[in-house]
Design a protein around this ligand. Structure first.
Ligand SMILES: [Zn+2]
Length: 342
């Protein structure tokens, strides 16, 4: 193959696993002969990636995407609370960008704490929801398309994003361009082995259809791959931890429950060509109101009670800390990284 590995630039990548991407498109995960990095090849184009996430991705009734908004809202409010506390310890509130901001829950929390927030998300529905509900500006684009000026931001947040982009190295270089020197990048991305091992196990079991890669991940990193990529893209790694240890142990097969991470392609929509971006664009904002209203209700229904108190936030964080370990053990579900632009 001529398109070199993102980590080591080797040009030989071998197919190791056929998967159905969100039940929509059959692709092959390849493994680099040089460094073992695994990635979907050939790379999807930006338009192909965008077509994987129409507004249905945000619909709780849809079989794809994520669903529990009330819980996600609470989770992101807690995250905003602690992120603001930590960042304020370093200096005054400045400009903060979240790439892949979805419905803007985190930015909403940070905006209330005085941050000048900006979001980027390729989903038109996400941009619509964040701007109408929270007056949070969201560019409906990829980071590269958004074309922000150099060194524009003091802080950039990227949660569960790097594994979705077509070219992680180019994406991190662009992220570095947008951060001021000394600025911070908080990045969360899955443990690639925890993502792939359930699918590899399922594909070994006799099955006519490939397993579904439900979340649409395209790259599968380990700690070494991430460390090299960060350094070469101009970041100093201040902290890297594994979080979600119990979930990671299940996915890796060290605890029961690995099969929960896999469903077969037969269980979802028929394999079709991915909806073309034009079809998504044509839909415009029609139907967004109904979906947005449903999400509002969902959030309002649960946005009461002790789970919204800071005391609960602290309790919850203490519990989460018990479910995290240093990155070298590589048994958790996600890598949580704190990086500084050099
Ligand atoms: Zn490689």
């Amino acid at each position: 193959m001529s398109d070199p590995c993102d980590i080591c630039a080797a040009t030989h990548l071998d197919p190791v696993l056929e998967v159905s991407l969100i039940g929509l498109r059959r692709v092959h995960v390849h493994r680099c002969r040089g460094c073992g990095f695994r990635q979907v090849r050939p790379r999807l184009t930006v338009d192909q990636i965008k077509a994987l996430y129409p507004s249905e991705y945000f619909d709780a009734a849809s079989p794809v995407g994520y669903a529990d908004y009330a819980r996600e809202f609470q989770r992101r409010q807690r995250e905003a609370y602690f992120l603001n506390r930590w960042l304020r310890g370093l200096g005054p509130a400045g400009r903060l960008l979240e790439v892949g901001c979805a419905l803007g829950f985190l930015l909403h929390g940070l905006k209330r704490s005085g941050w000048q927030v900006q979001g980027v998300d390729a989903s038109a529905f996400a941009a619509y929801y964040a701007s109408t509900r929270y007056t949070v500006p969201v560019a409906c684009a990829t980071l590269e398309e958004a074309q922000f000026p150099d060194a524009r931001f003091d802080v950039i947040i990227q949660k569960d994003l790097l594994e979705h982009v077509a070219d992680p190295r180019a994406h991190l270089e662009e992220t570095g361009r947008l951060l001021r020197p000394g600025g911070w990048l908080r990045l969360v991305t899955p443990n690639g082995e925890a993502n792939l091992r359930p699918l590899l196990a399922a594909s070994r079991a006799a099955s006519a259809t490939p397993p579904v890669l439900d979340q649409g991940h395209l790259s599968f990193f380990d700690r070494r791959h991430l460390g090299q990529l960060f350094e070469e893209c101009g970041f100093r790694c201040h902290r890297m931890r594994m979080v979600g240890i119990v979930r990671g142990l299940r996915a890796l097969g060290h605890l029961p429950g690995q099969r929960r991470f896999v469903r077969s392609a037969t269980a979802c929509d028929a394999e079709t060509s991915v909806g073309e971006p034009a079809a998504v664009a044509e839909r415009g904002t029609t139907g967004f109101d109904a979906l947005a209203a449903r999400i509002d209700q969902d959030i309002a229904r649960r946005h009461r009670g002790f789970k919204n108190w800071p005391a609960y936030f602290h309790y919850h964080r203490a519990m989460k800390r018990l479910d995290s370990l240093p990155a070298w053990c590589e048994i958790g579900y996600d890598f949580e990284c704190l990086l500084q632009r050099t």
